[in-house]
Ligand binder design. Structure first.
Ligand SMILES: NC(=O)c1ccc[n+]([C@@H]2O[C@H](COP(=O)([O-])OP(=O)(O)OC[C@H]3O[C@@H](n4cnc5c(N)ncnc54)[C@H](OP(=O)(O)O)[C@@H]3O)[C@@H](O)[C@H]2O)c1
Length: 239
Protein backbone atom coordinates (compact mmCIF):
# COMPACT_ATOMS: atom_id res chain seq x y z
CA UNK A 1 0.00 0.00 0.00
CA UNK A 2 1.29 3.45 -0.96
CA UNK A 3 0.12 6.78 0.37
CA UNK A 4 0.29 9.60 -2.20
CA UNK A 5 -0.47 13.24 -1.41
CA UNK A 6 -0.78 15.54 -4.43
CA UNK A 7 -1.08 19.29 -3.91
CA UNK A 8 -2.86 20.81 -6.90
CA UNK A 9 -4.30 17.40 -7.72
CA UNK A 10 -7.49 19.03 -9.02
CA UNK A 11 -6.11 20.09 -12.40
CA UNK A 12 -3.37 19.81 -15.00
CA UNK A 13 -0.14 18.03 -14.08
CA UNK A 14 -1.25 17.31 -10.49
CA UNK A 15 -4.48 15.66 -11.64
CA UNK A 16 -2.56 13.64 -14.26
CA UNK A 17 -0.11 12.52 -11.54
CA UNK A 18 -3.01 11.52 -9.28
CA UNK A 19 -4.58 9.46 -12.08
CA UNK A 20 -1.30 7.83 -13.16
CA UNK A 21 -0.22 6.46 -9.77
CA UNK A 22 1.63 3.28 -10.81
CA UNK A 23 0.86 1.17 -7.70
CA UNK A 24 -1.89 -1.43 -7.59
CA UNK A 25 -2.80 -0.44 -4.06
CA UNK A 26 -2.59 3.26 -3.26
CA UNK A 27 -4.51 5.90 -1.36
CA UNK A 28 -4.30 9.22 -3.20
CA UNK A 29 -5.24 12.48 -1.46
CA UNK A 30 -5.52 15.72 -3.43
CA UNK A 31 -4.80 18.90 -1.46
CA UNK A 32 -6.31 21.84 -3.36
CA UNK A 33 -9.26 24.24 -3.31
CA UNK A 34 -11.55 22.57 -5.89
CA UNK A 35 -10.81 18.84 -5.80
CA UNK A 36 -11.44 16.49 -8.72
CA UNK A 37 -14.06 13.79 -9.31
CA UNK A 38 -12.92 10.38 -8.13
CA UNK A 39 -9.97 11.68 -6.10
CA UNK A 40 -10.05 11.91 -2.29
CA UNK A 41 -9.96 15.60 -1.44
CA UNK A 42 -8.49 17.58 1.45
CA UNK A 43 -9.63 21.16 0.91
CA UNK A 44 -6.94 23.78 1.44
CA UNK A 45 -6.06 27.16 -0.02
CA UNK A 46 -2.27 26.92 0.18
CA UNK A 47 -1.83 30.65 -0.41
CA UNK A 48 -3.37 31.09 3.08
CA UNK A 49 -0.77 30.50 5.81
CA UNK A 50 -3.64 29.39 8.10
CA UNK A 51 -4.03 26.29 5.92
CA UNK A 52 -0.46 25.10 6.45
CA UNK A 53 -0.86 23.76 10.04
CA UNK A 54 -4.00 21.89 8.92
CA UNK A 55 -2.02 20.23 6.13
CA UNK A 56 0.76 19.44 8.63
CA UNK A 57 -1.84 17.74 10.87
CA UNK A 58 -3.07 15.72 7.88
CA UNK A 59 0.47 14.46 7.24
CA UNK A 60 0.98 13.64 10.95
CA UNK A 61 -2.33 11.82 11.20
CA UNK A 62 -1.92 9.73 8.05
CA UNK A 63 1.81 9.00 8.30
CA UNK A 64 2.19 8.23 12.02
CA UNK A 65 2.84 4.50 12.23
CA UNK A 66 2.09 4.07 8.51
CA UNK A 67 3.27 0.54 7.71
CA UNK A 68 2.81 0.42 3.94
CA UNK A 69 5.36 0.49 1.14
CA UNK A 70 6.02 4.19 0.64
CA UNK A 71 4.74 7.73 0.97
CA UNK A 72 4.90 10.45 -1.70
CA UNK A 73 4.12 14.16 -1.57
CA UNK A 74 3.88 15.52 -5.11
CA UNK A 75 3.75 19.29 -4.80
CA UNK A 76 2.12 20.58 -7.98
CA UNK A 77 0.07 23.53 -6.65
CA UNK A 78 1.28 26.75 -8.21
CA UNK A 79 -0.01 29.89 -9.86
CA UNK A 80 0.96 32.59 -12.33
CA UNK A 81 -1.89 34.78 -11.17
CA UNK A 82 -1.45 37.74 -11.34
CA UNK A 83 0.77 38.13 -14.43
CA UNK A 84 2.20 41.62 -14.67
CA UNK A 85 5.17 43.64 -13.55
CA UNK A 86 6.10 43.93 -9.88
CA UNK A 87 4.83 47.23 -8.54
CA UNK A 88 2.01 47.31 -11.10
CA UNK A 89 -0.27 44.42 -10.07
CA UNK A 90 -2.76 44.12 -7.22
CA UNK A 91 -0.64 43.81 -4.04
CA UNK A 92 -3.00 41.36 -2.31
CA UNK A 93 -2.96 39.02 -5.30
CA UNK A 94 0.84 39.38 -5.54
CA UNK A 95 1.19 38.47 -1.87
CA UNK A 96 -0.94 35.35 -2.35
CA UNK A 97 1.18 34.33 -5.34
CA UNK A 98 4.41 34.73 -3.36
CA UNK A 99 2.96 32.75 -0.44
CA UNK A 100 1.82 29.89 -2.72
CA UNK A 101 4.85 29.64 -5.03
CA UNK A 102 7.58 30.64 -2.61
CA UNK A 103 6.61 29.88 0.98
CA UNK A 104 4.18 26.96 0.68
CA UNK A 105 6.66 24.48 -0.88
CA UNK A 106 9.10 25.07 1.97
CA UNK A 107 6.57 25.06 4.81
CA UNK A 108 4.58 22.11 3.44
CA UNK A 109 7.85 20.30 2.65
CA UNK A 110 9.08 20.87 6.21
CA UNK A 111 5.79 19.50 7.60
CA UNK A 112 6.11 16.41 5.38
CA UNK A 113 9.69 15.74 6.56
CA UNK A 114 8.59 16.09 10.18
CA UNK A 115 5.68 13.68 9.66
CA UNK A 116 8.09 11.29 7.91
CA UNK A 117 9.79 10.79 11.29
CA UNK A 118 6.64 8.92 12.31
CA UNK A 119 7.08 6.11 9.79
CA UNK A 120 9.92 3.83 8.71
CA UNK A 121 8.75 3.49 5.09
CA UNK A 122 10.59 5.40 2.30
CA UNK A 123 9.22 8.93 1.84
CA UNK A 124 9.61 11.14 -1.25
CA UNK A 125 8.85 14.83 -1.73
CA UNK A 126 8.66 15.98 -5.36
CA UNK A 127 8.44 19.66 -6.20
CA UNK A 128 7.11 20.43 -9.67
CA UNK A 129 9.76 22.89 -10.78
CA UNK A 130 10.00 25.19 -13.78
CA UNK A 131 12.51 26.67 -16.22
CA UNK A 132 11.28 29.97 -14.74
CA UNK A 133 13.50 29.18 -11.73
CA UNK A 134 16.53 30.25 -13.81
CA UNK A 135 15.17 32.07 -16.91
CA UNK A 136 13.92 35.65 -16.69
CA UNK A 137 10.27 36.03 -17.72
CA UNK A 138 9.13 39.62 -17.32
CA UNK A 139 5.67 39.64 -15.78
CA UNK A 140 6.27 36.45 -13.75
CA UNK A 141 8.47 37.80 -10.93
CA UNK A 142 6.46 36.22 -8.07
CA UNK A 143 6.49 32.91 -9.93
CA UNK A 144 10.17 33.03 -10.97
CA UNK A 145 11.26 33.95 -7.43
CA UNK A 146 9.09 31.23 -5.89
CA UNK A 147 10.28 28.49 -8.27
CA UNK A 148 13.94 29.48 -7.77
CA UNK A 149 13.46 29.42 -4.00
CA UNK A 150 11.77 26.02 -4.05
CA UNK A 151 14.59 24.53 -6.17
CA UNK A 152 17.27 25.79 -3.83
CA UNK A 153 15.28 24.53 -0.84
CA UNK A 154 15.31 21.09 -2.50
CA UNK A 155 19.09 21.21 -3.05
CA UNK A 156 19.67 22.21 0.57
CA UNK A 157 17.23 19.77 2.16
CA UNK A 158 18.49 17.00 -0.14
CA UNK A 159 22.01 17.55 1.28
CA UNK A 160 20.58 17.45 4.81
CA UNK A 161 18.75 14.22 4.08
CA UNK A 162 21.90 12.63 2.60
CA UNK A 163 23.65 13.46 5.86
CA UNK A 164 20.79 11.76 7.73
CA UNK A 165 21.15 8.57 5.69
CA UNK A 166 18.58 9.46 3.01
CA UNK A 167 15.61 9.12 5.35
CA UNK A 168 13.50 11.10 2.92
CA UNK A 169 14.13 11.78 -0.79
CA UNK A 170 13.61 15.37 -1.92
CA UNK A 171 13.54 16.25 -5.64
CA UNK A 172 12.49 19.01 -8.02
CA UNK A 173 11.61 18.21 -11.63
CA UNK A 174 10.63 20.81 -14.24
CA UNK A 175 8.11 19.32 -16.67
CA UNK A 176 8.64 21.47 -19.79
CA UNK A 177 5.77 23.31 -21.47
CA UNK A 178 2.60 21.32 -20.76
CA UNK A 179 -0.94 21.83 -22.10
CA UNK A 180 -2.84 22.85 -18.94
CA UNK A 181 -5.05 25.73 -17.85
CA UNK A 182 -1.90 27.58 -16.76
CA UNK A 183 -0.74 27.69 -20.40
CA UNK A 184 -4.21 28.87 -21.50
CA UNK A 185 -3.92 31.75 -19.04
CA UNK A 186 -0.44 32.60 -20.36
CA UNK A 187 -1.65 32.80 -23.97
CA UNK A 188 -4.56 35.05 -22.94
CA UNK A 189 -2.35 37.62 -21.20
CA UNK A 190 -1.77 41.03 -22.82
CA UNK A 191 1.78 41.72 -24.01
CA UNK A 192 2.08 44.67 -21.64
CA UNK A 193 1.74 42.28 -18.68
CA UNK A 194 3.75 39.43 -20.28
CA UNK A 195 6.03 40.58 -23.13
CA UNK A 196 6.94 36.96 -24.15
CA UNK A 197 3.29 36.03 -24.83
CA UNK A 198 3.80 35.63 -28.61
CA UNK A 199 6.44 32.93 -28.05
CA UNK A 200 4.01 30.87 -25.92
CA UNK A 201 1.23 31.38 -28.49
CA UNK A 202 3.62 30.11 -31.20
CA UNK A 203 4.60 27.06 -29.11
CA UNK A 204 0.90 26.22 -28.88
CA UNK A 205 0.20 26.86 -32.57
CA UNK A 206 3.22 24.71 -33.55
CA UNK A 207 1.97 21.81 -31.41
CA UNK A 208 4.97 22.02 -29.06
CA UNK A 209 3.02 21.68 -25.81
CA UNK A 210 3.35 18.37 -24.04
CA UNK A 211 0.42 16.29 -22.90
CA UNK A 212 -0.06 16.24 -19.10
CA UNK A 213 -0.69 12.45 -19.01
CA UNK A 214 2.56 11.72 -20.87
CA UNK A 215 4.46 14.05 -18.57
CA UNK A 216 2.89 12.41 -15.49
CA UNK A 217 3.98 8.98 -16.75
CA UNK A 218 7.56 10.21 -17.20
CA UNK A 219 7.56 11.81 -13.76
CA UNK A 220 6.34 8.60 -12.11
CA UNK A 221 8.98 6.61 -14.02
CA UNK A 222 11.71 8.88 -12.70
CA UNK A 223 10.30 8.61 -9.18
CA UNK A 224 10.04 4.83 -9.20
CA UNK A 225 12.91 3.60 -11.46
CA UNK A 226 15.10 6.69 -11.57
CA UNK A 227 18.46 7.05 -9.86
CA UNK A 228 18.14 10.74 -9.01
CA UNK A 229 20.38 11.79 -6.14
CA UNK A 230 18.72 13.27 -3.08
CA UNK A 231 18.37 17.03 -3.68
CA UNK A 232 18.43 16.68 -7.48
CA UNK A 233 16.91 19.55 -9.48
CA UNK A 234 16.32 18.41 -13.07
CA UNK A 235 14.35 19.24 -16.20
CA UNK A 236 12.44 16.51 -18.03
CA UNK A 237 13.58 18.12 -21.31
CA UNK A 238 17.22 17.25 -20.48
CA UNK A 239 16.48 13.57 -19.97
N1 LIG B 1 1.95 23.85 -17.56
C1 LIG B 1 3.21 24.13 -17.71
O1 LIG B 1 3.69 24.38 -18.85
C2 LIG B 1 4.13 24.14 -16.53
C3 LIG B 1 5.50 24.34 -16.77
C4 LIG B 1 6.37 24.34 -15.70
C5 LIG B 1 5.88 24.15 -14.43
N2 LIG B 1 4.54 23.97 -14.22
C6 LIG B 1 4.10 23.77 -12.83
O2 LIG B 1 3.21 22.69 -12.76
C7 LIG B 1 2.38 22.84 -11.63
C8 LIG B 1 0.95 22.55 -12.02
O3 LIG B 1 0.51 23.53 -12.95
P1 LIG B 1 -0.44 23.17 -14.17
O4 LIG B 1 0.26 23.58 -15.40
O5 LIG B 1 -0.91 21.79 -14.00
O6 LIG B 1 -1.58 24.26 -13.95
P2 LIG B 1 -3.10 24.13 -13.53
O7 LIG B 1 -3.84 23.16 -14.38
O8 LIG B 1 -3.58 25.54 -13.47
O9 LIG B 1 -3.05 23.52 -12.06
C9 LIG B 1 -2.67 24.30 -10.95
C10 LIG B 1 -3.00 23.52 -9.70
O10 LIG B 1 -2.56 24.30 -8.59
C11 LIG B 1 -3.61 24.35 -7.65
N3 LIG B 1 -3.62 25.62 -6.93
C12 LIG B 1 -3.56 26.86 -7.46
N4 LIG B 1 -3.70 27.77 -6.48
C13 LIG B 1 -3.85 27.07 -5.32
C14 LIG B 1 -4.07 27.43 -3.97
N5 LIG B 1 -4.16 28.73 -3.60
N6 LIG B 1 -4.17 26.46 -3.04
C15 LIG B 1 -4.10 25.16 -3.40
N7 LIG B 1 -3.90 24.74 -4.66
C16 LIG B 1 -3.79 25.69 -5.61
C17 LIG B 1 -4.89 24.26 -8.46
O11 LIG B 1 -5.93 23.71 -7.65
P3 LIG B 1 -7.23 24.56 -7.16
O12 LIG B 1 -7.47 25.63 -8.14
O13 LIG B 1 -8.28 23.50 -7.07
O14 LIG B 1 -6.84 25.07 -5.80
C18 LIG B 1 -4.50 23.29 -9.56
O15 LIG B 1 -4.75 21.96 -9.15
C19 LIG B 1 2.60 24.26 -11.11
O16 LIG B 1 3.44 24.22 -9.98
C20 LIG B 1 3.31 24.94 -12.27
O17 LIG B 1 4.13 25.97 -11.83
C21 LIG B 1 3.66 23.98 -15.24
Amino acid sequence: MHLVFVTGGSSGIGLALARAVPFANARVIDISRRGAPGVEHFRADLSEPDSWPRVAELFEREMKGFGGDGVFLLHSAGTLDPMGFAGEVDPTAYTRQVLLNGAAPQVIGDAFLRAAMGTTVPCTFLNIGSGAAHSVYEGWSGYCGGKAGADHWVRTVGAEQRRRGDRCRVLSIAPGVVATSMQEAIRATPERSFPDVARFQALHDDGELRNADEVAGELWKLLTDGDLENGAVVDLRDR
